[in-house]
Design a protein around this ligand. Structure first.
Ligand code: SAH
Length: 930
């Protein structure tokens, strides 16, 4: 049985775990050394305990420069999304080609471009607010004063004990320049007179900001005379949307807007001189589940309103529980503590909620790793999450998903077409289901595609008669050049080979068929309707944020078509309004253009009135020999509990933290926390039970398995049933225990195979070990002038030119061998050894699809489909299954109404990484909150 221990408080800036593991050198040792040095640099700038949001103003160093030069992960979204043509060879693939110089150059430039860019971002998650610097204060010149008697000493000491702690009296009375040091108090008051106006505790006020800045907004929580005899008030800040991580730029994005009257209550406070109070304003709390009309009525007489809290840590926007909603002055020191995340209405979850079911839509599903993991994790918390719908434009990925989730409606189409289809489908359901009595063929006129050409008209009736409709789509299935609504038709007396897509207005003489199709489709929920989806998950590709600088739209990232899917994803959320949202993406969405796209995603969710929380998770921390950091964004309706992020289970070195507003989003333990983390996994833990395979391995099924050797291997080999994977319903046709799928490597070209055979079986081996190469100054490779160049039978050089020049000859990656005691930085979509370390430790081949799948935490029963390169793409694109599983557990807990409370992180149950259902049943998985 697991236990929970208290975790990082939301407002504190934790010192993240950055220890180095001595015996677990990652494959890319040089790059990692850089990264480690960087982490050290990063740490030294962010150390110093709490970085409180001291208030704004000049001269306070409100903005810090970010650390420079982060390490780039060897993956690009562009590479990640590549779709290559099938050719000959294994599964119809061609041998990997020699990369041309252009390809190598592109990758190289990409790496360098990325290095140059990082570090430009400013710290801007939360504008700081401060009174004028202390040195400028002249209390004696001010006519402002406290009013009435001081609060009795014993009461003041009880309410604000730390203000009265006797410290070194010298330092108390000295005017400290340390903005972090708490100011000691002589006595406290309940009112003050500033510019002839009276202000009381709990008043909401405008506070003077820096030049050219809008006034700040805050709530007075203390009035006190400092030991330095200055008159202070303590202010708890409200944030306007543009003061939060959402940032002012987002107010210019025209697909959504923020209510000008809405502010967010934070936990951030600091002390300012009472002269900086400008005037009172009226801010009311509004329950976020109120309808817009109710809200409008409530706020009509107030200046501003708030319905959620905001915290820089994990960029959290969350509910404020009803009992803490107000600014009442009943208790002098009503120091509201947000217990965020609690549902404010319609609470769900009860102890007998076990096996509650919920529906999931997986957008940009790929082969389904993310939803698979979510479902596995949710099951462990007692929620039967069912991937009801999945959408991906890649046919092979859809085939994989279909095989592994036979009950899922898998839609092989573009997400933008899917959204249009949903809108049409809703209209059809309204006509034929909700108002079915008065539907008729003439209604079709309204649904028909605009300006259809004659070529799209129905086929002559005497030849073809519709038997029934089989499917529906929006788009252009017949490549006519126009998008519209189409039905797939089975023709009477014709076999399925004659099925065809027909436009809706070509079917105007078959209204009954449409009606019958829509009614059946509605019954079977072939498509989601607004409000019918519990959870939407997905990783919209943002290819416009990687690649060469000259191709990236830094100023307007949303204008780049390659980033449009982020908008589409949010449009789908807006249309369907699921209870929960989980979006995954590369960390670059928080880096590129000062994190514009990440901010946009948060901004959309918040403007749709979702609670939101952002976290950066490292896959290795959940029990994989792979680093892989990714960004995850939760969204939850105000009526639900906002999920937390699951703390790591494994002790992995964190490399490269985002150096800007998102630096407080890393999901990790504080360095100081007592934690029981398991040792990081290495390659051997994950792969040592896999049979030997040659470079050419034509079969995707092997029958000779040896026994598992590690806990990881035992877990990854569990059956569907034992993992509690419901996707096959009651039938659980897991492969037989002896069967192993997809243990095939991408076959090396003849030349590359010759080269690989000469790379020794040794840790750290790579092309530098080939004959004729020597390492010169600055770790740069050069040809040994005394050794004649060696040529392969094909006439090509043994040591290819691209390897010598890659990253100006400094890279150890070309033809690099992995070693058993290493972790890989990130499993990518390509399997060529030319510019990445992907050779097996002691076999002359690249890692197989299954080996990559293991490193991504796919259960062995999960089969992949398509040409081999497509399988690598599906695996490389995936969300690491254990990460999704941990998030699924968190989702399940939130869904059940558990894990309420202000902490953004929680501890997973003990042995979570390896617990299967059998074990879970014997000792139910649960969380004990401390
Ligand atoms: N979450 C997935 C991986 C997603 S990778 C997993 O865990 O397995 C992103 C996917 O988006 C790719 O499979 C790609 O085919 C798909 N994709 C890219 N553009 C798309 C679009 N416009 N519509 C639908 N799918 C798209």
């Amino acid at each position: 049985m697991a236990s929970m221990s208290p975790v990082t408080p939301a407002a504190a800036e934790p010192r993240r775990s950055t220890r180095l593991l001595s015996n677990t050198k990652p494959a890319d040792a040089d790059a990692d050394a850089d990264a480690e040095a960087e982490v050290e640099r990063e740490r030294s700038t962010s150390r110093g305990g709490k970085r409180r949001r001291k208030a704004a103003g000049k001269g306070t160093g409100a903005r810090k420069r970010a650390a420079k030069g982060k390490r780039k992960e060897p993956e690009s979204a562009a590479g990640a999304m590549e779709v290559e043509d099938a050719g000959s060879g294994i599964n119809g693939d061609v041998y990997p080609e020699e990369p041309d110089s252009e390809e190598m150059k592109l990758i190289e430039e990409e790496e360098q471009a990325d290095h140059g860019e990082e570090g430009s971002a400013e710290t801007r998650g939360a504008r700081k607010r401060v009174a004028p610097p202390r040195a400028q204060r002249r209390p004696e010149a001010s006519a402002d004063h406290f009013v009435g008697e001081p609060i009795p000493d014993d009461k003041a000491r009880r309410l604000w004990p730390s203000r009265y702690e006797t410290k070194d009296s010298d330092s108390r009375s000295r005017r400290s320049n340390d903005p972090e040091e708490e100011i000691g108090a002589q006595c406290h008051y309940t009112s003050a007179c500033v510019d002839d106006a009276i202000f009381n505790l709990n008043d909401d006020v405008y506070v003077k900001a820096g030049p050219n800045e809008e006034n700040y907004i805050g709530r007075i929580t203390e009035f006190f005379e400092g030991t330095d005899h200055v008159l202070y008030f303590t202010c708890r800040w409200f944030f306007r949307a543009e003061d939060t991580v959402i940032s002012p730029n987002l107010l210019e994005v025209h697909d959504h807007e923020h209510d000008q009257k809405r502010v967010f209550l934070s936990e951030e406070k600091n002390d300012n001189m009472i002269e900086s109070i400008i005037s009172k304003l009226n801010i009311i709390y509004v329950d976020p589940s109120k309808t817009p009309q109710e809200r409008d009525q409530l706020i009509s007489n107030s200046d501003l309103y708030y319905d959620m809290s905001y915290s820089v840590a994990y960029s959290t926007f969350a509910n404020i529980p009803a009992e803490n909603d107000g600014a009442t002055d009943s208790e002098v020191a009503s120091d509201i503590s947000c217990e965020e995340g609690k549902p404010v209405a319609d609470p769900v979850g009860s102890s007998d909620a076990r096996r509650e079911t919920a529906t999931l839509l997986d957008l940009y599903s790929g082969c389904g790793a993310m939803s698979t993991g979510l479902c596995l994790g949710a099951a462990l918390s007692g929620i039967k999450l069912n991937t009801k719908w999945a959408v991906d434009m890649n046919e092979y990925a859809c085939n994989s998903l279909k095989h592994n989730h036979p009950g899922t409606q898998v839609r092989n189409e573009k997400a933008e077409d899917f959204l249009a289809l949903l809108q049409h489908w809703n209209a059809l359901c309204q006509k034929y289901v909700v108002h079915s009595s008065n539907s008729s063929g003439s209604d079709l006129a309204q649904m028909s595609n605009d300006d259809e050409d004659d070529e799209n008209e129905a086929l002559p009736n005497d030849l073809f008669e519709v038997e029934r409709l089989l499917d529906i789509c929006y788009g252009d299935p017949n490549k006519t050049g126009k998008d519209g609504l189409w039905f797939k038709v089975r023709w009477k007396t014709y076999d399925p080979s004659h099925d065809s897509w027909e436009p809706i207005d070509g079917l105007s003489d078959s209204p009954e068929c449409i009606k019958e199709f829509v009614q059946r489709g509605y019954r079977e929920s072939i498509l989601p309707l607004p409000g019918s989806v519990d959870v939407i998950c997905g990783g919209p590709p943002c290819q416009g944020i990687s690649g060469l600088n000259r191709f990236r739209n830094y100023n307007e990232p949303l204008e780049d078509d390659r980033n449009k899917q982020l908008v589409v994803f949010m449009d789908v959320v807006n249309y369907l309004r699921p209870k929960y949202v989980l979006m995954e993406n590369v960390v670059d969405i928080l880096k590129f253009a000062d994190g514009f796209l990440g901010r946009y995603a948060l901004s959309r969710l918040v403007s749709m009135r979702y609670q939101a929380r952002l976290g950066l998770m490292v896959a290795g921390c959940y029990g994989l020999p792979q680093f892989r950091m990714r960004a995850f964004l939760w969204g939850a309706l105000p009526s639900r509990v906002l999920p937390k992020f699951p703390l790591p289970t494994h002790d992995v070195v964190k490399r490269g933290v985002v150096p800007n507003a998102f630096s407080q989003c890393l999901v990790a333990y504080d360095e100081i926390d007592d934690k029981r983390l398991k040792k990081a996994l290495v390659l051997q833990d994950a792969l040592s039970d896999l049979p030997k395979v040659p470079n050419y391995q034509p079969n995707d099924l092997m029958e000779n398995r040896i026994n598992p050797k590690t806990e990881f291997q035992r877990y990854i080999r569990l059956s569907r049933k034992d993992m509690e994977d419901y996707s096959f319903g009651d039938a659980t046709p897991s492969p037989k225990a002896c069967q192993l799928f997809d243990h095939q490597p991408l076959e090396l070209s003849t030349d590359d195979y010759q080269r690989v055979k000469q790379i020794p079986f040794r840790k750290g081996a790579n092309f530098r070990d080939l004959k004729g190469v020597q390492v010169g100054e600055n770790n740069t490779v050069e040809f040994n002038p005394h050794i004649p160049r060696v040529f392969l039978p094909s006439g090509k050089p043994l040591v290819p030119y691209y390897a010598m020049t890659y990253i100006k000859g400094k890279s150890p990656k070309p033809f690099g061998r992995l070693w058993w005691d290493e972790t890989v930085p990130t499993v990518v979509t390509r399997a060529e050894p030319h510019n990445q370390i992907i050779l097996h430790p002691n076999q002359h081949r690249v890692l197989t699809v299954r080996e990559n799948a293991r490193l991504q935490g796919f259960p062995d029963y999960y089969r992949l489909f398509g040409p081999i390169k497509q399988k690598y793409i599906q695996v490389g694109n995936a969300v690491a299954v254990p990460v999704a599983r941990a998030l699924g557990y968190s989702l399940g807990q939130a869904y059940r109404g558990a894990l309420v409370g202000g902490q953004p992180l929680f501890e997973l149950p003990e042995n979570f990484a390896s617990v299967g259902q059998a074990a879970a049943t014997a000792s139910p998985v649960g969380v004990v909150e401390k």
